[in-house]
Design a binder for this molecule. Structure first.
Ligand SMILES: [Cu+2]
Length: 351
């Protein structure tokens, strides 16, 4: 069983390529193939917690994938492309760095023993998570980002070919599931699908919008798996058709579909495609992997004027503000809560 993250450039970047992940039993084999980097440069390379490609700067990918709540570091040399710094503690998403050759290309294969593609109950299950290529090398030390700089390319880890995730391992506690998101964009047609399931007995609800399609035209939304071998041959609409929709006079559509999927987690790493209505031949107009959605930003604190400022490491904050912010959110909320408590105490004292 294998998975793939198609890596696309963020704004003002030229880096693209793919990360291939292959199930090896008790390890996952990784092969990164990239082009468009500056020649002979080293770049932090991580799995991030969200597979949400909806921000053009990659900011909705969140911080590093870190299910064990560990410190940032770099794993053993075999996991780290031979980088000299090896840490005993690291995030599951810490993959070290990749280094380009004289043509600005990367072609590297290595092994990650802590990741999983087939068992959704494993802590290291990464289908639907994000992949980020950073501007500079991971220093393997600076918390929590490795000071790797801006996000130059992003991708979502998706099942390649047949889906062989063990269904028995997919958590069925739907009420605790995150939302999932697929971002579809071929440069002309763009679409977002957001999947939500509030209660186990509910249908999985897909909030769906399209712009840039042909006007007044019927299409199908299809749930499938990414399969590059099918390009040029017939795309598959025999199963997985979510629904049919017709665009308006502007080539847009917005609506909601209900599906019978068991949970949000059960669709992570699958792919949504928009297909021509007759679904003949090369029918997929555009497709995008289904990843874990970044939660909405927390509402602004009502006690902002009295809350204690949170110390943010300046280098990490300027280089990758979101990662620093996300990791400090709980501290901010606690500070805001204690300030609110102080406010109530003050009010009671006045009464
Ligand atoms: Cu990163």
């Amino acid at each position: 069983m294998s998975a793939i993250a198609l890596i696309v450039p963020t704004v003002n970047s030229t880096i693209s390529g793919q990360l291939l992940l292959q199930n090896g039993g008790n390890f996952v084999g990784l092969t990164a193939t990239l082009t468009g980097l500056a020649p002979n440069t080293t770049h932090g390379f991580h799995i991030h917690v969200y597979g949400d490609a909806s921000d053009p700067k990659g900011l909705n990918m969140g911080g590093h994938f870190n299910p064990t709540n560990a410190s940032h570091g770099c794993p053993a040399a075999s996991d780290n492309n031979g980088a000299v710094v090896v840490s005993t503690a690291y995030h599951f998403g810490d993959l070290g760095s990749v280094t380009s050759d004289a043509t600005g290309a990367v072609s590297k294969s290595w092994v990650a023993s802590h990741l999983s593609l087939v068992n959704a109950k494993e802590l290291g299950f990464v289908l639907g998570r994000g992949v980020i290529v950073h501007a500079v090398a991971d220093d393997c030390t600076t918390q929590p980002t490795g000071n790797s700089g801006a996000r130059l390319a992003q991708g979502v880890i998706a099942v390649q070919g047949a889906n062989t995730v063990d269904a028995a391992t997919i958590p069925d506690a739907a009420s605790t599931d995150p939302q999932a998101i697929a971002v579809l964009n071929n440069g002309k047609l763009s679409s977002t699908v957001v999947a939500t399931k509030k209660n186990p007995s509910d249908a999985l609800s897909l909030a769906f919008n399209v712009t840039g399609a042909s006007v007044a035209t019927a299409y199908k939304l299809v749930q499938t798996t990414y399969n590059p071998g099918k390009d040029g041959s017939a795309d598959d609409c025999s199963t997985g058709v979510v629904g049919t929709f017709v665009t308006d006079a502007q080539g847009s559509f917005s609506g909601t579909f209900q599906t019978k999927a068991a949970s949000v987690k059960s669709i992570l790493g699958l792919t949504y495609a928009i297909a021509t209505d007759n679904c003949k031949g090369d029918a997929y107009v555009v497709y995008g992997a289904i990843g874990v959605k970044s939660p909405p930003s927390p509402p602004p604190s009502t006690a902002s004027t009295t809350s204690t400022p949170v110390a943010v490491p300046t280098s990490a904050a300027s280089a990758d503000p979101l990662t620093a912010t996300k990791n400090l959110n709980s501290a901010s909320i606690k500070n805001a809560a204690s300030s609110l408590f102080g406010l109530f105490v003050s009010i009671f004292a006045l009464m």
